[in-house]
Write a protein that binds this ligand. Structure first.
Ligand code: HAM
Length: 410
């Protein structure tokens, strides 16, 4: 039997892995500059951690979580997102005594969605959270960070930032009731999927891409008509600060996000080059979440980016470091060869050795791996205590004394 990866999962290697590592480097260096500390949480958590916070009627909880019974009958779930585990970790480890706290994390998440381009069942997320501040400056800082990461990676690509406010909890409650009343009037025209959400999750109907829902959505009540004074001021302030930054954005009153914990600011960074799964980064404010998870009553704001989607936009021009390829022409030169690569590695020069002892095969593989140099050791080199260095990029070569190799290659 030939095993294949499980549907919706994939292996990372070669250029894709090099891009993943490059992205990780950008993230870690910017996290330091912006003052975020890393938290790594377990891959699985108690199921209850996700159920209520993400929403009993959200798609994730209803049909996408990988949940299983442990041997002691407790229910565990592979984490479908990072925000709740990150807050759980901050509470469990008493990290919230002095606030605000800024955390980040990178790692795999699991959702049983229908796989397609840019959508997997195991995927990786970058996640940034600020816990303990009501200040819209925190929202702005996070948006600036996301913008910085994307501009760093894609200086020439057009990436759109969409913004909305869901208002405070009262706004949302009244808005949802009004949406349900509105959709009830059109229940026979809505898609089956949307009809099922009229009373459980009417916000998500606004998101629907089904053709029969689009026109109904165009005339649906708009959330900005339900904002409290405080919510309106907050959203105006956010927009002013973003304009001052300056950051380009577009307000989309239909932007609602898929998780239940949001209030006030929600935002998404999108790219036209990705097809239907076009959101690179999504996030927002979740002021009641830490309390809901058993922690102090403090607000929070954050975002997550899909690593696979970001990697899809990156070019395959990342250098995979295989600087030197050792070519030993004869097996009896092994000891000389090992001495040489030991010397190079001690001087931090990457070397690849293939144990083939065949000039033609080794040179062909060196080219295949995109090595910059091949060091060829034949009889003359052994006799004269030298090495022949072939520059495979320039197709030139020279012979130098054994002791000179490091200097020549550095
Ligand atoms: P989310 O919108 O569910 O938000 O996911 C964030 C990002 O993860 C998406 O924009 C997308 O790039 C990527 N993503 C989601 N699902 C998949 C998938 N099946 N395959 C590939 N990529 C995917 C959250 O997870 C929130 N926790 C974000 C957040 C953090 N809000 C506040 N703080």
């Amino acid at each position: 039997m030939k095993f294949q990866p499980v549907r919706g999962t994939h292996d990372l290697y070669s250029y894709e892995l090099a891009k993943y590592r490059c992205l990780e480097e950008v993230i870690r260096s910017l996290a330091k500059i912006y003052g975020f500390n890393e938290i790594i949480t377990p891959i699985f958590e108690h199921t209850e951690l996700f159920k209520k916070p993400l929403g009993q009627h959200s798609d994730i909880v209803l049909k996408e979580m990988y949940t299983f019974k442990d041997r002691n009958n407790s229910s565990l779930t592979l984490r479908p997102e990072y925000t709740t585990p990150m807050i759980r970790a901050a509470i469990s480890n008493s990290l919230l005594e002095k606030i605000p706290k800024k955390f980040y994390g990178i790692g795999p998440m699991f959702r049983r969605e229908r796989p397609q381009k840019g959508r997997y069942r195991q995927f990786n997320q970058i996640n940034f959270e600020i816990l303990g501040s009501h200040d819209v400056a925190a929202d702005v800082e996070l948006i600036l960070l996301a913008d910085d990461i994307l501009k760093n990676l894609f200086p020439n690509k057009k990436i759109l930032l969409q913004l909305n406010s869901l208002g405070d909890n009262d706004t949302l409650k009244i808005y949802k009731e009004n949406l349900s009343l509105y959709y009830e009037k059109y229940k026979n025209k809505l898609s089956d999927e949307s009809r099922a959400k009229i009373h459980t999750n009417p916000l998500r109907i606004l998101d629907s891409k089904k053709p029969q829902d689009l026109e109904i959505n165009n005339n649906a009540p708009r959330i900005y008509n339900f904002y409290s004074e405080n919510a309106k001021i907050k959203f105006d302030n956010l927009q002013t600060l973003l304009k001052d930054a300056p950051i380009d954005f577009e307000v989309n009153p239909k932007l609602v996000r898929g998780l239940d914990y949001y209030c006030h600011t929600v935002f998404e960074f999108k790219s036209d080059d990705l097809g239907t799964q076009d959101t690179l980064i999504g996030g927002g404010r979740y002021d009641g979440l830490t309390k809901l998870l058993g922690g102090p009553d403090i607000p929070g704001v954050g975002w997550a980016g899909g690593v696979e989607r970001i990697i899809m936009l990156m070019q395959n021009n990342i250098k995979i470091e295989k600087k030197v390829y050792l070519v030993l022409i004869n097996e009896s030169f092994k000891s000389y060869g090992l001495r040489l690569i030991n010397l190079l590695r001690k001087n931090k020069i990457p070397v690849f050795f293939d144990y083939k002892y065949n000039l033609k095969k080794s040179l062909s593989n060196a080219n295949h791996l995109n090595s910059e140099y091949a060091i060829i050791i034949g009889e003359d080199e052994i006799k004269n205590n030298t090495c022949t260095i072939k520059n495979l990029y320039k197709n030139s070569q020279k012979t130098v004394a054994f002791e000179q190799v490091v200097k020549t290659l550095s």
